[in-house]
Design a protein around this ligand. Structure first.
Ligand code: ZN
Length: 390
């Protein structure tokens, strides 16, 4: 079973590592890179082997590559420029015309120049922790052949439309920005497997997200999301759904059909407890009360006793789902959250309708209760909390 962990930054790191297939970069290797960083840049290039140039952590304001041979420029496929002081993407980068991977994170970068369009083989662009916003990208950015794009930790207030034109994109990270919404055009990214939007100001999930057939990891934690659209159940590839630290009060029942889900995080949402407290209930009409009595006491009636409209009304009774209740309701009911087992792995809070507020009380007395409702009604609040956090 795959476990992805929920701390914002760690997941960014892990996912990008997964996509780049460098998960094997162990602590020892990281130490080695740190050591190498102290060496002269051209030595470093040699030390890291063919195809990789590492100019990170050199305090560079500009990128001067005069000392690099033409062959080296041609052979370089990965370029690291992170932790420098580059305010915009140096145009000399385009001299590495076979570049497939570029990391320009942690630079204070506020602008990506049009020259990047000449990097026609670029598949991975990592530009985390800069000052980029939706005005920083060239107009044609969407025609790059990118598969992995990481703009986490920048200043985007919306997802640039150019990004929704990157049809080969498999991984898009925009965590820790200022995004308020997700554009409907997200559905164009039909190759997307990983969408990381944690740590923004997003208030709603558009149903178009459900049109991403390969989406496997959807991270929307630390936002302001109030509900989950039932359409998300069309995400048949979804393995991990992070929704912790949002404003969710319940989940749609349809979520039960996401049978491939391996991880779901919900902690830090006002799910059940608050919802039940704020529950409102319109008292039933006299007609409803009379109907409830007839149905719940099994009083016999026939079209000979009652007008046809009343017979029809009585036939529309819904059975109260609380097994301790045995009652019915018509139009007046109480919305309540009920925990339901999900593939034996989670207990999910789902929306239910009950006949009256008393139905939620733990002291209703029907000895014929089944195990599920026993658990539902006798679980102390702190244990519910643990279920949600667990
Ligand atoms: Zn009831």
């Amino acid at each position: 079973m795959l476990v992805l962990y929920v701390k914002n930054r760690q997941l960014v790191e892990l996912s990008h590592a997964l996509t780049l297939n460098v998960l094997s970069e162990t602590f020892a290797e990281l130490q080695k890179r740190k050591k190498i960083a102290k060496m002269e840049s051209h030595e470093r290039a040699a030390a890291l082997g063919d195809g990789v140039l590492d100019f990170s952590r050199l305090g560079l304001n500009t990128l001067s590559i005069d000392s690099i041979t033409d062959r080296r420029k041609r052979d370089t496929k990965q370029l690291y420029l992170s932790y420098n002081r580059l305010a915009s993407l140096p145009s000399s980068v385009t001299l590495f015309f076979n570049l497939e991977f570029l990391d320009i994170s942690n630079n204070g970068l506020s602008f990506i120049c049009e020259d990047i369009m000449r990097l026609t083989k670029l598949k991975t662009l990592i530009a985390k922790n800069n000052r980029l916003d939706e005005f920083s990208l060239p107009k044609e950015f969407g025609s790059l052949q990118l598969e992995v794009l990481n703009f986490s930790g920048n200043r985007f207030e919306e997802i640039p439309l150019q990004c929704t034109k990157l049809l080969r994109l498999q991984s898009l990270s925009l965590g820790g920005n200022r995004l308020k919404s997700i554009p409907a055009e997200i559905e164009n990214l039909t190759s997307l497997e990983m969408l990381y939007l944690g740590g923004n100001l997003i208030s709603a999930i558009p149903p178009e997200v459900a049109n991403l057939p390969y989406l496997t990891y959807l991270v929307l934690c630390d936002n302001r999301i109030q509900s989950v659209p039932p359409q998300l159940t069309r995400l048949h590839s979804l393995r991990s759904l992070s929704l912790h630290n949002n404003l969710l009060t319940y989940l749609p029942r349809e979520i039960l059909s996401l049978v491939h889900l391996q991880e779901l995080s919900l902690r830090g949402n006002p799910l059940v407890v608050r919802f039940v407290k704020e529950m409102t209930y319109d008292p039933p009409s006299l007609l409803e009360l009379a109907g409830r009595t007839i149905k719940s006491r099994n009083l016999l009636y026939s079209p000979f006793d009652l007008p046809a409209n009343l017979v029809r009304y009585l036939d529309l009774a819904s059975k109260c789902p609380n097994p301790k209740c045995a009652g019915v309701y018509f139009d007046s009911c109480v919305r309540q959250i009920k925990f339901v087992d999900f593939c034996g792995k989670y207990r999910l809070p789902l929306m239910h309708y009950l006949c009256s507020p008393e139905c939620t009380s733990p002291c209703s007395s029907n000895p014929q209760s089944d195990a599920e409702s026993e658990e539902e009604n006798s679980v102390p609040a702190d244990r519910l909390q643990r279920v949600l956090l667990g």
